[in-house]
Design a protein around this ligand. Structure first.
Ligand SMILES: Cc1cc2nc3c(=O)[nH]c(=O)nc-3n(C[C@H](O)[C@H](O)[C@H](O)COP(=O)(O)O)c2cc1C
Length: 403
């Protein structure tokens, strides 16, 4: 068990997601970790220290100037002693202070003194704050110094629903990421994904009838973005090939933006020569107008017949690198297993991830998914309904056996 006899510092900065950190503190404690909670002054406005004290059974520290357990240098001890420091939620302000190397309260001081030891941060903020280049740059800086990140997710924020990332990952997902980090330690070489070149496709494609009208589908790109982020978190060198989406690409990986299926095919073909794994989670359009009008077609009252032709078959036309693991997605609307199995065979896939567009909470436009993973030798793994980021981790857990 990764947490038994482990010492974890849970740093909590001042965002509305502080309440979720109570669940995380409890899970870590129940799993056998000694959990020291450090609150920023803003965090203590959201959740009183006594709540965390009751959950962890340990004194909570909130200031550089209090004698934590009689220790004058608590910020140094708490930097050096723990196996892992988790910052959840990590506010925009906390990330900015840490990226600048500031040490003006206990949490930032211990993070600065921790230098290259394990830190896992779960950002949580308003979607515009997260998309702000200042925040993106701060996260990149911290990643380059060895911090690990989980999330944020898209979905409901305190101010209402959002399609864009900002919402803190769920405590269970943070717990799982922390467990994985503790197992692999400061040496990501222990992860099977470490250093592997992974290409992930995501989102829909668009095929133009004329300059203002397109054929497309409601894919949000969330499943692919979650897979790219999960592979990146495991140390893979990830390139995301993304159709048009509203999502902000996860930090720490390269993104190629494409619009049409043909462009996606060309981008993928250009990347797979050196890839160890290809994960095709995009929903490219299968058909495009046989002819495109250079000008907007005027409206007329009569019927309009549109002739369609097939777009290039990305997987079918691919020159594959020997040994590359290929994962495809099958989005079905009934008779899923049979269709997914024949797709696996026809397209020579190593794994197929089956999801059903008609099932509540699965498929397009939602933040959750319920998938069945089909693998070599008749392997079948049925997963429950989970947030897409968790589904991504479970898929990688299965696929890594082929790496
Ligand atoms: C009700 C409320 C909710 C807030 N939620 C967040 C949040 O989710 N993420 C964030 O980055 N800042 C949030 N803030 C702003 C931070 O509390 C503020 O930037 C503070 O200075 C953070 O301090 P800290 O990083 O030292 O904890 C919120 C403020 C208020 C009043």
């Amino acid at each position: 068990m990764p947490f038994s006899h482990r010492h974890v510092v849970l740093g909590v900065s001042g965002g509305i997601a502080c309440y979720k950190s109570c669940f995380l503190a409890r899970r870590l404690t129940e799993a056998g970790a000694t959990v020291d909670v450090v609150l920023t002054a803003a965090a203590a406005e959201f959740v009183r220290p006594v709540t965390f004290e009751a959950l962890t059974g340990r004194p909570v520290l909130t200031s550089l100037w209090e004698r934590g357990g009689g220790r004058a240098l608590a910020h140094i001890d708490l930097a050096k002693e723990p196996d892992l420091v988790i910052v959840a939620p990590a506010t925009a302000n906390l990330l900015a202070r840490a990226a600048m190397g500031m040490a003006d309260d206990l949490l930032t001081a211990l993070l600065l003194a921790r230098a290259r030891r394990l830190v896992l941060a779960a950002p949580a903020m308003n979607d515009d704050m997260y998309a702000n280049p200042a925040t993106t740059a701060n996260i990149k800086t911290l990643e380059s110094r060895g911090w690990h990140f989980i999330g944020p997710e898209s979905g409901a924020l305190a101010e209402g629903p959002s399609e864009r990332p900002g919402r803190m990952s769920e405590p269970d997902a943070i717990f799982a990421a922390a467990a994985q980090l503790l197992e692999q330690g400061d040496n990501p070489g222990k992860s099977k994904w470490s250093g592997k070149r992974v290409v992930v496709t995501a989102g829909p494609t668009r095929e133009h009838l004329d300059p203002v009208r397109v054929i497309t589908n409601p894919s949000s790109g969330r499943m692919g973005y979650a897979l790219a982020e999960a592979a990146r978190a495991r140390g893979a060198d990830v390139v995301l090939v993304s159709g048009p989406t509203e999502l902000t690409p996860p930090a720490g990986l390269k993104t190629q933006h494409v619009e049409t299926t043909e462009q996606m095919q060309q981008a993928v073909q250009g990347l797979v020569g050196s890839a160890d794994a290809l994960i095709m989670s995009a929903a490219p359009a299968d058909y495009r107008p046989a002819t495109q009008s250079a000008k907007k077609r005027p409206r007329s009252n009569g019927a309009f017949t549109l002739e369609l032709e097939a777009t290039p078959d990305i997987l079918g036309s691919l020159t594959r690198r020997k040994g590359m693991v290929v994962v495809g997605f099958a989005l079905e609307t009934g008779n899923g297993l049979a269709n997914a199995r024949s797709k696996m065979q026809n397209k020579a896939l190593d794994y197929v991830i089956l999801n059903d567009a008609t099932e509540p909470g699965a498929g397009f436009e939602v933040t959750t998914n319920r998938v069945t993973i089909l693998g070599p030798g008749g392997k079948q793994v049925d997963l429950p309904l989970l947030p897409k980021r968790d589904v991504a981790d479970r898929i990688l857990d299965v696929v890594e056996e082929a790496l």
